[in-house]
Design a protein around this ligand. Structure first.
Ligand code: MG
Length: 323
């Protein structure tokens, strides 16, 4: 006896739309764990749970000298993102660069990038970085008025390899207020546990519109290493404090793939890309952002998962359907 298979696609494709509270259809809101749990005790194979693959194409640090595939110009960024999109990425995390490869926070560059990606990657979720390496103070949020789908928001400070990653409380509040004003969903960048608590506090205070989406970032030297017990504790803490929250795992450097695997196993979403890791393995450079995305997309099946469609990714993150 076969039950009808849950169709997350049917619920979100073709303008399935949001309900009166602006939420995606219930069938699309279920997390990977819910889907797997429901299938327990049934003789029907569970529907593979969708995984949102984020591609962090450029970042503010890696340069052509580190890996010639790092896209620097807007044209290179659009081309690299489109290939990654076709390989299964549904969310692009974006920084912009100057012609000399140094990092920039110029809203005009972000505007050109957004325009190119909207044309070549229809429906892909665009997330601008407000990270601290690309500008100082409020410069970091000057592009939020362009209303990307999402923007990164670190909710605390920590040490980075050679500097302090400074996110003072008043700047965090200002960035969050700008995101709220422009309808931009934050992705909370959690470099340690306190940043998860801070995000929950901000959501409860109405400074962030929920449900939260949190990215657990590990492997940054002098911040949190890639540590399985801590990763599981992050997930458990987020579930306890914000049961509707979604999450992604991201590791910087050689353990990128390890964290991709853990995230797939534990029901979360994955981030990959040359921003975080320019290598394919210990001997070779990664050929492209698309190659890194393709490897995660292929890995999904090993964990009973599959890459999310654009419509599914938007529904899972409670974003508007693609125009
Ligand atoms: Mg970044």
């Amino acid at each position: 006896k076969r039950r009808p298979r849950r169709s997350t696609q049917g619920a979100t494709r073709g303008g399935g739309g949001l309900d009166s509270r602006g939420r995606a259809p219930a069938s699309a809101r279920l997390s990977a764990c819910d889907t797997m749990r429901e299938a327990e005790g049934s003789d029907v194979m569970p529907e593979p749970a969708p995984c949102i693959i984020t591609v962090a194409i450029t970042g503010s640090l890696p340069r052509k000298e580190n890996n010639p595939a790092v896209p620097i110009t807007i044209a290179e960024q659009v081309e690299s993102t489109q290939a990654a999109f076709e390989a299964g990425a549904t969310l692009a995390h974006l920084h912009v660069r100057n012609d000399d490869q140094t990092s920039s926070s110029d809203p005009a560059k972000f505007a050109r990038l957004k325009e190119g990606l909207e044309r070549h990657c229809p429906g892909m979720i665009l997330q601008f970085s407000t990270g601290g390496r690309s500008g100082a103070g409020k410069e970091r949020g000057a592009m939020l008025a362009l209303k990307p789908d999402m923007a990164s928001l670190a909710t605390g400070s920590c040490n980075f390899p050679t500097r302090v990653y400074e996110n003072a409380p008043d700047l965090v509040d200002w960035l969050a207020a700008e995101m709220l004003a422009h309808g931009v969903k934050p992705e909370i960048e959690a470099f340690d546990l306190s940043m998860i608590f801070k995000a929950v506090e901000m959501e409860r205070a109405g400074k962030i519109k929920g449900p939260l989406h949190v990215q657990f970032v590990m492997g940054v030297k002098n911040a949190m290493p890639v540590d399985r017990a801590t990763f599981e504790f992050y997930i458990a803490t987020l579930k306890r404090l914000a049961p509707e929250a979604t999450w992604t795992g991201a590791a910087i450097g050689r353990d990128q793939l390890t964290l991709n695997r853990w995230a797939l196993e534990l029901g979360g979403h994955c981030r990959t890309g040359l921003e975080d890791n320019v290598r394919w393995d210990k001997d070779r450079l990664a050929p492209s952002n698309a190659a890194l995305v393709g490897r995660v997309a292929e890995l999904c099946a090993e964990y009973g998962r599959r890459p999310a469609t654009v419509a599914e990714a938007r529904a899972l993150l409670h974003l508007q359907p693609a125009a």
